[in-house]
Design a protein around this ligand. Sequence first.
Ligand SMILES: [Zn+2]
Length: 413
Amino acid sequence: MDAQRVIRDLRELQSRTATADGAQRLAWGPVWRDAREWFRGKIAALGLGITTDSAGNNWVTLPGASAKCVIVGSHLDSVPNGGWLDGCLGVMAALEALRMHAGTTPPVTLKLVDWADEEGARFGRSLLGSSAAAGSLNIEDVRELTDRQGTKLVDALAENGVAIDRMGNAHGELKSIDARAYLELHIEQGPVLESMNKSTGVVLGTFGVERHMLRFTGQAAHSGSTPIAMRRDAFLAAAQTALACREIARRHSTPGAGVVCTVGIVNVEPKIVTAVPGVCEISLDQRALDPAVLAAMLGDAREAAAAAARDNNVSVAWKKIWSIEPRPFDPHLLRLCEEAVREETGEAPRLPSGPLHDAAEMVPHMPVVMMFAFSSNGLSHCKEEDTPEPYLEKTIRAYLRLVEKTVASVASA
Ligand SMILES: [Zn+2]
C-alpha cells in the first residue's frame, strides 16, 4: 500500500493536463483524451488493458478466483480550470488498489472504472457515462445538447468513438457484471470536514433534491404614489418565502443530518427603480438525505409561500424543474468504511454528500459507499482545490483499507 505513489501519480497528471489556471480535462476533448492515454500507460505497466463500454466509460478488469466483483473508481474529466483532486483522486487511488493485487489472483474480481463526463461541464448533463450505465439516461433528453462553441454532443461523442444511440447498451454491459460493491473516494468539495478538522469522512449517501421555480404575481405600481398598505409587492412575498425556507432548513437539520436550501435565482418585473415589483420569480433548491425530511421540507415551503403570498396580497404558482430521490449508501459497506477510516485516522466522522456523484447512479444496482477527503477552505472546481498532504495520505490509506476489507467481505459472503 503506497499512498505516496498515488500522490505522485496525481502530480504527474496535473503537470500534464493542467495550466496555471487549473485542470483542463474537459470531457470528450483533447486534454481529457490525453489524460486517458496517460492512464492507459499506467494500466499497461500492470500488464492489464482497458476496455471502453458503449457510453465511453473505461474499465480495467483484474480477474479473481471468483466472478463476484468489487468496483473501484471515479472520473478523470474535470471542469475547466478545475482542481487537481476532483475525480482523479478516486481513479488514482483505485489504480493503487489494483496495483496491490496485480500479478496475483485476488479472491474476487476487481474492476476499475473511469466514468465518462461526470462533470457535464461542456454539455450541461452531469453523470452522463454513469447514468447510461445505470440505465437512467434518457437519450432524447441529451440528443440535441450543444456546447458553447455550437458543437453537438452527438458529434463530440462520435469523435470519441461513442454512438449516441448505442449509449444505452452500457446498461446491459454493467448488468452482466456480478457487482457486489462500488467504492468511490472523492474530495469533499465543501467545508464540513475542515470545520471538524478531520482528514477523512464516511459518506452516508447523496442528498435528494427538490428543485422548483416559484412565480409570485401581484401588481406593478408607482413607487411614489402607492401607500405601503395598498401594495401587492411580489418581491416581498418572494423574499419572505426565501427567509422562511432558510428557517425550514434550520428546523429540519439535526446534528449529523444537516439539510440545505438555496434561492439562487431572483427575477423581478418590471425591474424599474420607481416601480413596485408586480412579478417575482425565484428558484428554490432543497436537499436532504432522508426522503421523509425532504418531503416535509417541500410541504413546509409550500405552506410558507402560500402564507407569504397572502400576507402580500399576491398569488404564487409552483413549477417543478427537477428532482431526484436521496440515495443512501449500503449499511454493511458503511460499517466497513467506518472501520477503515477509524483504523487509519482514529475516528470516523459521517456526513452526507450535497453534490451528486457517479456513486449515486450505482445505488439502485449494487451496494455502494463513498469516502471523502478534507477540502482546504471547502473549495473545489477551482485551481485552489487542495487537501493537505498528510491528510491526503491518510485518506488514501483509509480507502485502500476499505477496498481490502470489502474484497475479504465479498469473498467470504
Ligand atoms: Zn468529481
